[in-house]
Design a protein around this ligand. Sequence first.
Ligand SMILES: Cc1cc2nc3c(=O)[nH]c(=O)nc-3n(C[C@H](O)[C@H](O)[C@H](O)COP(=O)(O)OP(=O)(O)OC[C@H]3O[C@@H](n4cnc5c(N)ncnc54)[C@H](O)[C@@H]3O)c2cc1C
Length: 345
Amino acid sequence: MEELELAIKELKELLPGLKILENEPMSAHCSFKTGGPARAVAVPSDVFSLTRICSVMKKHKIFPMALGNGTNFLFPDEGLPDMLFISTEKLQKIFLNEDGTIYAESGVSLSRLSGFAQQNGLKGLEFASGIPGTVGGGIWMNAGAYGGEMKDAVQSVVYYFYPDQGLYEQLGKDCQFGYRTSFFQNNPAIILSAVFALDKDEPEAIASRMREINEKRREKQPLDLPSAGSAFKRPEGHYAAALIEECGLKGYRNGNAQVSDKHAGFVVNLGGATSKDVYDLMMHVRNEVYAQKQVELHPEIIILPPDYKLTDTSPAAPKNVAFTNGDYEKTAGGTGTSAAKEENQ
Ligand SMILES: Cc1cc2nc3c(=O)[nH]c(=O)nc-3n(C[C@H](O)[C@H](O)[C@H](O)COP(=O)(O)OP(=O)(O)OC[C@H]3O[C@@H](n4cnc5c(N)ncnc54)[C@H](O)[C@@H]3O)c2cc1C
């Protein structure tokens, strides 16, 4: 029996109450609504169960991939028969510490986190109220919008470190946050929880800023259609959306995937799109922008190729390994600009 099958069998024996979704369509777990089945999605009910899953996987030399709200993933249509994901959807604890900081587990949504901060008169997370991800995915990506980034609010992060199976706490300043990147993209780790340090303000003033930001989002972004937010990172000195529009690609369609006619930085699923439709569209956009503008676009979305798997010796994190082609041989998925400004706005 393959190692993954042995690991799943062992998980069922060791943790009989654990929810394991087998041969689970990943279209049900991502905001693009595309992608074939992964071998399994385990849904631990607490962080202890999560670490126990990890140690079983470690024994079988398989690194499980964390899954937040799936709002920054493109899963392959062919499926991922060698992958086990750990969903953080049940890690939902959030509370105010005595010193005024907020503790939140990794599955807490960014909108709930920012709402909790607002209710407690704490400012600094207004930018996150409309980002549809989780605390874990937001920290992994250093998600940001409207001048704010996770790095500005994270005081510390507790994570499981796969190589030695230890639990570590890392200060925010040591998380190597950069433009849509963090320490966690280069290290095999699963974020369990984080503490946020924020300044005081009037709850009504915070609420008003949140309303303003979300109004701008509704005006400018195609929120009525499945997408994964900005498809590409902001290239140094440019805006991806402006470049794409200047190349005549706004509204460009491939199958049922389209460069949004509302915001050219978004790729949307018009209904029934496949991941291949999305991928080929992104490839076309990248090639066209390079041909017309000589600017390289790198995907912001994590694109997993078919048959992807992570083992003991894999690179730490899912890089955009699928995003290469023969037209020019540079691998996408590298760093974007170091500027903190982003294009979701
Ligand atoms: C309509 C829309 C608008 C968006 N607007 C913005 C925006 O304004 N700004 C912005 O930055 N992004 C935006 N996004 C993209 C996305 O919401 C963010 O990147 C978000 O942080 C992803 O969080 P997630 O929980 O969905 O992560 P997922 O998509 O589930 O995962 C993304 C990556 O994080 C890793 N990960 C997730 N949880 C953990 C964990 N606990 N431990 C370790 N690794 C983990 C995954 O393995 C994966 O590599 C938008 C997306 C949509 C659909």
